[in-house]
Design a protein around this ligand. Structure first.
Ligand SMILES: [Zn+2]
Length: 121
């Protein structure tokens, strides 16, 4: 079974929202993005979330949903990217690594690199 990761990186709407309107929009977007996944974090002004599924179609659908959600907030100057990748797998023991793992947490073997799926969005 191949597991796929959806990885969405979108620039935070406002680093320092100032007007009431900006604060409102910022809160709405944060809530919506949080609704997409329980695995979410922010870093360097970006939101990231990952979503794990064994279904490639589903992964691509989620990826497109994430990007279109971001775009509905009409923040055109913000940076965005979305990737769908396979989960890295240990060639020795079959352990499925986490998204950023380079080495198997179980036996220390170098993991098969993640493979990226290309799709239009
Ligand atoms: Zn291993």
């Amino acid at each position: 079974m191949t597991r796929y990761w959806v990885y969405l990186g979108v620039e935070s709407l406002f680093d320092n929202p100032t007007t009431r309107e900006e604060v409102k929009t910022f809160k709405r977007l944060t809530k919506k993005i949080e609704g997409l996944s329980n695995n979410i974090r922010t870093q360097f002004g970006f939101y990231y979330y990952s979503y794990v599924t064994s279904d490639l179609e589903d992964a691509i659908k989620r990826a497109k949903e994430g990007i279109s959600l971001y775009r509905t907030f009409n923040y055109k100057d913000g940076e965005e990217y979305v990737t769908v990748g396979t989960q890295p797998e240990c060639p020795k023991c079959g352990y499925l690594g986490r998204f950023e793992d380079c080495y198997c947490s179980d036996c220390g073997t170098k993991l098969e690199p993640e493979d990226y799926i290309s799709f239009e969005y």
